[in-house]
Design a binder for this molecule. Structure first.
Ligand SMILES: [Zn+2]
Ligand SMILES: [Zn+2]
Length: 159
């Protein structure tokens, strides 16, 4: 499973300040991200903080991408017919493809509502297991996947 970094209470002996929580035999153990050394057992509050920071980071990334998509949608909507006509011209695809600004904006709105149900502050959905191994849940990870080639995307988010 992907592991997500959070700040260690104190820097590791190797100098790294990034940790990750892994559940081993029912204990939430903190490891150094860089050298993989065991650090300490994470109390519940720290696990919650970890979990929240991971979801917050992904939600911030998603919100930024959705803002960009919405901006594109509004720009297309503002054109004369409210659509963007693309002509692939490769001889095989349909001659023209029409992208509707309204459709783009509706997709952004739908994704925002999904994010609101699975994002920060929401009750954990059924996909979240007791060991926090599926935080963020697959729903959030899949929402972010279309933006995987963005420079801010983190490989640890790949479902
Ligand atoms: Zn270390
Ligand atoms: Zn969820």
């Amino acid at each position: 499973m992907p592991s997500h970094a959070f700040d260690l209470r104190e820097p590791c002996a190797c100098g790294s300040t990034a940790g990750r929580i892994e559940n081993r035999n029912g204990q939430n153990c903190v490891f150094c991200v860089k050298c993989d050394d065991y650090q300490y057992n994470a109390p519940r509050t720290e696990v919650d903080r970890y979990r929240q920071s991971v979801v917050d980071q992904l939600a911030a990334f998603l919100n930024a991408r959705l803002d960009e998509d919405a901006q594109t949608g509004r720009r297309i909507k503002a054109t004369r017919h409210g659509t963007l006509i693309v002509a692939p011209g490769d001889g095989e695809s349909p001659t023209v493809v029409e992208i509707s600004g309204d459709r783009l904006l509706a997709e952004v709105e739908a994704k925002r509502r999904i994010l609101a149900e699975h994002g920060p502050g929401s009750d954990p959905c059924d996909a979240h297991d007791a060991e926090f191994r599926t935080i963020p849940c697959t729903t959030l990870l899949l929402l972010a996947l279309p933006y995987a080639n963005h420079r801010d995307y983190r490989e640890e988010w790949r479902p």
